[in-house]
Each structure stands twice: as structure tokens, then as C-alpha cells.
Design a protein around this ligand. Structure first.
Ligand SMILES: *[C@@H]1O[C@H](CO)[C@@H](O)[C@H](O)[C@H]1NC(C)=O
Ligand SMILES: *[C@@H]1O[C@H](CO)[C@@H](O)[C@H](O)[C@H]1NC(C)=O
Ligand SMILES: *[C@@H]1O[C@H](CO)[C@@H](O)[C@H](O)[C@H]1NC(C)=O
Length: 509
């Protein structure tokens, strides 16, 4: 690049920095509280590959994606092949300067039949990964269950629809605490239980593909009006049981923390002047976040859910209510988008309803599943304010936040990803302000550490700080500019870095 142009860009970036305010421009990681953890994350089925190796058996996601149901008909058979590349990946994390790596344990790799014998090769893999992380000074933050239910449990008793799920899950969780808890100090019982029931049991667009007319299409069985609530209830029971177990048997000796991670978009009224839309946005936040937060803090479902869902909402027993109240040391939040809630009078008055109609938000399910929202960094501030004011200001870890590139040709890597860095910078700036405003946020994880199999979207969406060429057997890794930016910030550099004009980046393919 010519020197003159470079100078111009530099002056332009100074101007931008001045417009954004000097305070923000000078933010560094030292402005975050002591002990604040910066990391990046993935999940087992999305990165590991090696699905039929060393004793692993299928999960419901294998069945789904091998059946050709993800958007581009790809599957996670190889994904980023982290099973074979974990040493290289930990080295990249170390070079990036991550404090922590968030990953999940594949239940069908550790306990292939869902219950019973532990697979020694599975145990060995996670021991190796955890040891490698610790050797490099990186904290393992482990999600016990991230959607990949053993297919055998689905076949045997319909998985999440049966209370038997709770016992099998608790045994699996105990195997994790017992095997890895000497080194793992941050446990998440469940990832996004508030999403799992919807795609799987309402629209039928995710495994195990259950739904009923007129709410979903192409399902062979299901009941969209009830099953999403039953699945979620069993997930709450499973969470309560795992936390009770950890607290009574392991926490004192292992001195770790346990929490749960929820998807938390943020809903704003589509029309601020419309009382109906204002009520709709509040209702939607209660249906999405309150569905789990209300039980976890107050021991019961939110009042608006009880009145809208009525007898279809499983009853909360005294015993469960007691176990749920306060059953977390922190709350993980996965936050990406802000959505506009528009009151849907027709859905509001329907007698025969599913979750979407219960929320009575126009396009609610489309929004949730297709990510119709937009990046609005201030919405993270509103979300954290909501957590502070309505749920007693719990310790929060932002477990997912990031930006995807859509790629048509899966061999496209695009390392020049300024828009990704910019989104991350915007959100970190708001996070910092929220902490100054009193939020008890304690960590932030970029989604994702590297390109991965994006569940329902397959290989068309790339979230990685590290790019992965999914078209070659070697699954070659490429360090993106966003990884270099994050690394510089993690090593004490300024959050805002001189930005080249955006156009240049958006135009490059
Ligand atoms: C249902 O299946 C038909 C035929 O395969 C397909 O055209 C349609 O898009 C499917 N509907 C949904 C909602 O998946
Ligand atoms: C509640 O916790 C107690 C003690 O840990 C346990 O015995 C009981 O089964 C739990 N009940 C539920 C519904 O979680
Ligand atoms: C912090 O509080 C101020 C004053 O109430 C408010 O204007 C601002 O939006 C808040 N910012 C965040 C990120 O919560």
C-alpha cells in the first residue's frame, strides 16, 4: 500500500476515534474487573468430528445431519476435526492469549449408550484436552450437555420427553464431575435449554424432529402444543439434580462453580408508542429468558407463562421449586441479536396454541430460528440491566457473542474480517459500561474459537476467529485478522484499533 494512502487511513482512523470519544478509544482489558475472564468457545458435535471413532456412538444431531436436514445438507462427521487437532488448537489459543476455552463433552463419546459403561477412549480424549489446556495456562470452562443427546436414549424413551432423561443426565454429569472436576472449575449443566425444546418439539426443524399440525411440517409424530414445555421442564429437573449433586458431593472438595447457559436475545417493542408492543416485548423476554431465570431465582415459571400456557405448563412441585431456587453460581448468556416484538392479536386469541402463539409475537419462531434480529450492541446493556433489576444481579458470563460470515463456497476463508472485530469491539465497550453501571459480569467468550459445523446451518455460516478449510482433509487452520485483534487486546492493547474504511472489507470476497 502506498505510504500516502496509509497516512490517509491513519488520519481517518484518528478522526473516527475522536468521534467515538477518547474514553472508549483508550479502553484496555485492565479496565475490566480483576479476574475477568476472556475466552472463546465451541461445542463437541460442532468441532470434534471423529463421530464413529474410538467407541463414540451417534447423537440425535448425527442422525439429523446425516439425514440431510441441515441447510446445506452437510454434517458434523469431520467438522473441524478437533479430535485429531486439539494440540494444534490449544497452541493457537495460547498464542492468541485466551484465558479460557469453553467446550462441551460429547455424551455419546464419554458414555456411548447414554448410560452404563464409560468409554475409556472418550475419557482419555477429554483428559488429554483438559491437561493440554492447563499446561498452557488456559482454564477449561466445560458445558456438560450441548444438544448432543445419545441417539440410544431418544430411541429408548423419546429422550427429553421422558423423566428418565433426568436420571441418565445426572449420571452423565456425575461422571464428568468425578473424572474431570479436579481440573475443571467452571461447569455449565446445559447449553440453551430455552432453545432445545422449540426446534426439536414445536417446529420440528431440529432433532428429534417432532411437531404437530399446524405448527410444524413434515414430522411423523409430536405435539407442538405441549412437548416444548415438557422437554424444558425435564431440562430444569436435570439441572436441579446435577447442581444438588455437585453441591452435596463435589463442590467443597473441588471448589468449582456451576451454572447454566441461556440464549438471550433482547426484545424491544416494534413501536415504542404502542402499549401492545411494549407488553409484547416484555412478554417475549419472559418467555425466552424468564422461562428458566424465573424458576432459577424464584422457584416458579413467570406469571405470564402460567396464564398464557395454563395447564400445558408442567406443575412445579414444592421439592423442585426449592431445589431450583438459587441453583447456580453464575448464569451464562449467549447474546447475538436484538429483535423487535410486534403484538399479534390473532395468535393472542387462538385457542389451540404452540409456544409461538403463546408468546403472541408476530414471527416469534422465525425470529428465534432464523435470527431475524440485528446487531445492536446497546441491547446487551439492556439485557444486563434486566438481569440486574429483575433477577437479583447474578454473576454473569457472556458465553457466546460474535458475528457470522455467510459463505456460498465452503472453501472461502476470508481472513480479512474487520466487520467481525468491529462487532466484538462494540459489544465489549457496552459490556464495560454495564459493569460500570453495576452489572456483575465476570467473563466474555467469543463464539467461536474456530470455524465449525453450525448445526442447522451447516457449513454456510462461519463464526471463527480462526478459519478452517472444511473442503480439505487436513482441515487447515487460518488465523483471521479478528484473532490478531483479539490477541492484541488480550495482551493489553487498546480495545479500539485503527479501522480501515469499512467498504474495503465488505467488498472483498
Ligand atoms: C416439507 O417437505 C416438503 C417436501 O419435501 C418440502 O417441500 C417442504 O419445504 C417441507 N416443509 C418444511 C416446513 O420443512
Ligand atoms: C431435591 O433435592 C433433594 C436433595 O438433594 C433430592 O433428594 C430430591 O430428589 C430433589 N428433588 C427434585 C425434584 O429435584
Ligand atoms: C449506564 O447507565 C446510564 C445512566 O443510567 C445509562 O444512560 C446507560 O445507557 C447505561 N449503559 C449501559 C451499557 O447499561
Amino acid at each position: 500500500m502506498a505510504l500516502g494512502l496509509r497516512l490517509c487511513l491513519f488520519l481517518f482512523s484518528l478522526l473516527l476515534a475522536a468521534l467515538q470519544g477518547d474514553v472508549a478509544a483508550a479502553l484496555t482489558r485492565r479496565d475490566f474487573p480483576d479476574g475477568f475472564v476472556f475466552g472463546a468457545g465451541t461445542s463437541s458435535y460442532q468441532v470434534e468430528g471423529a463421530v464413529a471413532e474410538d467407541g463414540r456412538k451417534p447423537s440425535i444431531w448425527d442422525t439429523f445431519s446425516q439425514g440431510g436436514y441441515s441447510a446445506d445438507k452437510s454434517n458434523g462427521d469431520v467438522a473441524a476435526d478437533q479430535y485429531h487437532h486439539y494440540k494444534e488448537d490449544v497452541k493457537l489459543m495460547h498464542e492468541m492469549g485466551l484465558d479460557a476455552y469453553r467446550f462441551s463433552i460429547a455424551w455419546p463419546r464419554l458414555i456411548p449408550d447414554g448410560r452404563g459403561d464409560v468409554n475409556p477412549k472418550g475419557l482419555e480424549y477429554y483428559n488429554n484436552l483438559i491437561d493440554e489446556l492447563i499446561r498452557h495456562g488456559i482454564q477449561p470452562h466445560v458445558t456438560i450437555y450441548h444438544f448432543d443427546l445419545p441417539q440410544s436414549l431418544q430411541d429408548e424413551y423419546d429422550g427429553l420427553l421422558s423423566p428418565r432423561f433426568v436420571d441418565d443426565y445426572t449420571m452423565f454429569a456425575e461422571t464428568c464431575f468425578k473424572s474431570f472436576g479436579d481440573r475443571v472449575k467452571h461447569w455449565v449443566t446445559l447449553n440453551e435449554p430455552n432453545v432445545e425444546g422449540l426446534g426439536g418439539f414445536d417446529t420440528g426443524t431440529m432433532p428429534p424432529r417432532r411437531c404437530s399440525y399446524p405448527f410444524g411440517a413434515n414430522c411423523t409424530a409430536g405435539d407442538s402444543t405441549r412437548e416444548p414445555y415438557i422437554a424444558a421442564h425435564h431440562l430444569l429437573l436435570a439441572h436441579a439434580a446435577a447442581v444438588s449433586l455437585y453441591r452435596s458431593k463435589y463442590q467443597e472438595a473441588q471448589r468449582g462453580q456451576v451454572g447454566i447457559t441461556l440464549l438471550a436475545a433482547w426484545y424491544e417493542p416494534a413501536t415504542a408508542a404502542s402499549p401492545d408492543d411494549v407488553a409484547a416485548a416484555a412478554r417475549m423476554n419472559d418467555f425466552e429468558i424468564g422461562w428458566f431465570m424465573h424458576p432459577l431465582v424464584y422457584g416458579d415459571y413467570p406469571p405470564v407463562m402460567k396464564s398464557r400456557v395454563g395447564a400445558r405448563l408442567p406443575a412445579m412441585t414444592m421439592d423442585l421449586s426449592k431445589n431450583l431456587t438459587g441453583s447456580f453460581d453464575f448464569i451464562g448468556l449467549n447474546h447475538y441479536l436484538m429483535l423487535n416484538a410486534r403484538h399479534d392479536e390473532h395468535a393472542f386469541n387462538l385457542k389451540h396454541r404452540d409456544y409461538a402463539a403463546d408468546t403472541a409475537i408476530a414471527d416469534a419462531m422465525k425470529d428465534i430460528q432464523e435470527g431475524h434480529g440485528k446487531y445492536a450492541p446497546w441491547a446487551l446493556g439492556s439485557l444486563l440491566d434486566h438481569m440486574r433489576v429483575n433477577y437479583g444481579n447474578p454473576p454473569i458470563i457472556i458465553h457466546e457473542n460474535g458475528r457470522a460470515d455467510f459463505v456460498k463456497d465452503p472453501s472461502t476463508i476470508r481472513t480479512d474480517d474487520y466487520p467481525r472485530s468491529e462487532v466484538l469491539q462494540d459489544y465489549l465497550e457496552v459490556l464495560h459500561m454495564s459493569i460500570r453501571n453495576g452489572s456483575d459480569a465476570r467473563g466474555y467468550f467469543v463464539w467461536s474459537f474456530l470455524d465449525l459445523f453450525e448445526l442447522a446451518n451447516g457449513n454456510t455460516l462461519r463464526f471463527g476467529l480462526i478459519g478452517v478449510d472444511m473442503t480439505v482433509k487436513e482441515r487447515t487452520r487460518y488465523v483471521r485478522n479478528s484473532a490478531r485483534w483479539y490477541s492484541s487486546f488480550l495482551n493489553g492493547g487498546e480495545l479500539r484499533q485503527p479501522a480501515a474504511p469499512k467498504k474495503q472489507y465488505y467488498d472483498s470476497a
